[in-house]
Design a binder for this molecule. Structure first.
Ligand SMILES: Nc1ncnc2c1ncn2[C@@H]1O[C@H](COP(=O)(O)OP(=O)(O)OP(=O)(O)O)[C@@H](O)[C@H]1O
Length: 324
């Protein structure tokens, strides 16, 4: 049984905008499932539907095997914890007051609420923040407190919408540690969205990439990386502008096998040795500051899939569930 299973869900907003088209996903129990996509891809819309706050226009959603319907929605909502991009802790109250208030909302008996509070505070080292108004803490701490609050009801699945957006490196690492602990110690299924590929790489078991309301692919990290062959050739330019100016030239010669990122252009599945590419650069009078063989990263996969929607031909069909 999956924690979350959808079958061809679509969402059309009242404005007529189609935000999701035939989205079919499966999230395993206890895993970290990471949803990646550019702005406007439909990530928040999907989270809102899966966390029971929006209704899909068509298609079905099952949470822990139970179809989400008007009859089951309240019971299922109590199994879900949601941390949205807007902080939901009351910043004028202390963490303790927030947690006890949350417990009352979920009808958790006082004694059990006290135990749960102590356990969460100890587990996530939040003692320092327990008794002061939340408003006095930094943005990074507030988000961790928000997650602790969502855990008061012991949800079976936790939705985190861009949990580290705008955080500095230290706060981001503290958040990653908390997410890893929630997975390994509380066994909670975690569904998160992020714009940071490094975050997806650090945390996720399964990665799902969306574009324009559709799922492009859903697979394990290692399978995804295998999609762009193990080795790539990376051309480094003296400046990002020089890379941009040369990119069209590369595309004309190598087609969809090239991706542009800052001041580098990467060529996947190179068929020739480095000398061949060096000669080509000389012939075409393209000046680079370096040329190297490198291993593919999640970023290569993401950029490639987003630009070409995974339409590389039959050779990749074994690796991917494409949905387009
Ligand atoms: N309440 C709404 N009414 C109408 N259109 C909406 C509504 N909410 C979102 N949209 C539109 O639906 C599309 C998907 O938006 P959504 O917020 O789900 O994307 P996202 O991937 O979460 O983006 P971001 O990364 O910027 O948060 C966008 O075109 C957005 O403008």
């Amino acid at each position: 049984m999956y924690a979350i299973e959808t079958d061809q869900i679509s969402k059309t907003y009242a404005s007529g905008l189609v935000a999701l088209k035939d989205v079919t996903i499966q999230v395993k129990q206890g895993e970290v499932f990471c949803l990646l996509g550019q702005n406007g891809a439909g990530k928040s819309t999907l989270i809102n539907i899966l966390s029971t706050f929006f209704k899909a226009t068509t298609g079905t959603v099952k949470l822990f095997g139970t179809p989400l319907t008007d009859q089951t929605i309240m019971a299922l909502r109590s199994q879900v914890g949601t941390v949205s991009q807007q902080i939901s802790v009351d910043t004028h109250l202390s963490l303790k007051e927030n947690m006890l208030f949350q417990a009352a909302l979920y009808d958790i008996p006082k004694e059990k609420a006290g135990q749960q509070l102590t356990e969460l505070i100890d587990r996530f080292n939040l003692t320092d923040y327990l008794n002061y108004p939340v408003v006095s803490f930094s943005g990074g701490i507030k988000r961790r407190l928000d997650i602790a609050l969502a855990l008061m009801s012991s949800p079976k699945v936790l939705f985190l919408d861009e949990p580290t957006v705008g955080m500095d490196v230290q706060s981001r690492q503290a958040m990653w540690q908390m997410i890893q602990q929630i997975k390994s110690e509380l066994m909670t299924t975690i569904f998160l969205t992020t714009h940071y590929l490094e975050e997806a790489e650090q945390l996720s078991d399964t990665i799902c990439i969306m574009k324009d309301g559709r799922i492009i692919t859903q697979d394990s990290q290692s399978n995804l990386k295998g999609y762009v062959s193990d080795q790539l050739i990376e051309f480094t330019f003296p400046t990002p502008t020089r890379a941009i100016n040369s990119f069209e030239h590369f595309k004309q010669h190598f087609g969809k096998k090239v991706t542009l990122n800052a001041r580098t252009i990467r060529l996947s599945k190179p068929e020739r040795d480095l000398d061949y590419y060096l000669n080509w650069l000389l012939q075409e009078a393209i000046e680079v500051s370096g040329i190297n063989r490198v291993s593919s990263t999640l970023e290569d996969v993401f950029l490639r899939l987003i630009t070409e929607e995974g339409a590389e031909g039959d050779e990749n069909q074994g690796h991917f569930k494409t949905d387009h």
